[in-house]
Design a protein around this ligand. Structure first.
Ligand SMILES: O=C1O[C@H](COP(=O)(O)O)[C@@H](O)[C@H](O)[C@H]1O
Length: 261
């Protein structure tokens, strides 16, 4: 059997946060070494809060620095709503994290969707794909963008990004960014990175917390069942790491590793 996803379990979100921070910083430093910037895509949902807990903590030394000005932040998925709407993943990240960076911190570059294109979800996706094309242009010969890190959530149905169980979007092979107009979780109109782009990232980290996730975690890690999160596990192997709390993996039969870089 090939290498498998790493599952790191912690008593609670507070003890998960320092490990997530160390992991993100190691991905950041590897990205900076490779090409001088850190290209990361983030999700909405419960992720930004935990991410903020991890990244806004005071640094513990020279090797523990978040180099915000070197970050290019993209969205793993986004809802087709204005950027200040309560459903916007950008608005959530801004409220939880970006607005809390001190004003003397050099700011990251944040790539939002184009809010003038909300009426046409295909156009919204195409324009966001062009944002990626421009950003990854120096690696023009590649057929897919290679993110340094994707920070993903896992919905209670096993969805990740806006890739939902059984949806035809899971069969997308050419687009980098795709529209979805029938998301089973509201709001229905969204855009999402496609599965080939997700699976092509250098590293993928999932964050899942709370007992509400334990049934789906059992299914993802024990059966797979073609669930989107399981497809990412299968597509990325040990490039994929899960940061979870104990309630989220109670009763899950899968080896949990002590966290180390
Ligand atoms: O709709 C979405 O849900 C997923 C999972 O959210 P969570 O609250 O269960 O963590 C999220 O990752 C995605 O970005 C979002 O659009």
């Amino acid at each position: 059997m090939g290498k498998q996803a790493n599952l790191y379990a912690f008593p609670d979100a507070a003890s998960l946060a320092p490990a997530l921070r160390a992991y993100v910083i190691s991905c950041q430093d590897a990205g900076l070494q490779r090409h001088g910037v850190f290209k990361v895509a983030v999700s909405g949902g419960s992720l930004p809060k935990t991410l903020a807990q991890a990244l806004l903590a005071p640094p513990k030394g020279e090797g523990d620095q978040v180099k915000w000005d070197k970050w290019e932040i993209f969205f793993a998925d986004e809802r087709a709503v204005p950027l200040d709407h309560a459903d916007s993943n950008y608005a959530l990240l801004k409220a939880e994290l970006l607005d809390k960076l001190s004003t003397d911190t050099p700011q990251p570059t944040v790539h939002t969707i184009d809010p003038t294109q909300l009426g046409d979800t295909q156009e919204l996706a195409d324009q966001y794909e062009q944002v990626l094309v421009r950003s990854f242009a120096s690696r023009d010969s590649v057929k897919l963008p290679i993110f340094d890190l994707l920070l993903l959530g896992c919905g209670p149905d096993g969805h990740t990004c806006s890739l939902f169980p059984g949806h035809e979007l899971l069969r997308e092979t050419t687009a980098w960014v795709a529209p979805i107009e029938d998301s089973p979780k509201p709001p229905p109109k969204r855009i999402t990175l496609t599965l080939p782009v997700v699976n092509h990232a250098v590293r993928v980290a999932f964050v899942a917390t709370g007992g509400g996730k334990k049934e789906i975690m059992k299914e993802i890690f024990e059966q797979g069942n073609g669930l989107p999160c399981a497809l990412v596990n299968e597509g990325t192997g040990d490039r994929c790491s899960w940061f979870v709390d104990n309630p989220a993996v109670e009763g899950v039969s899968y080896p949990k590793r002590p966290f180390s870089l």
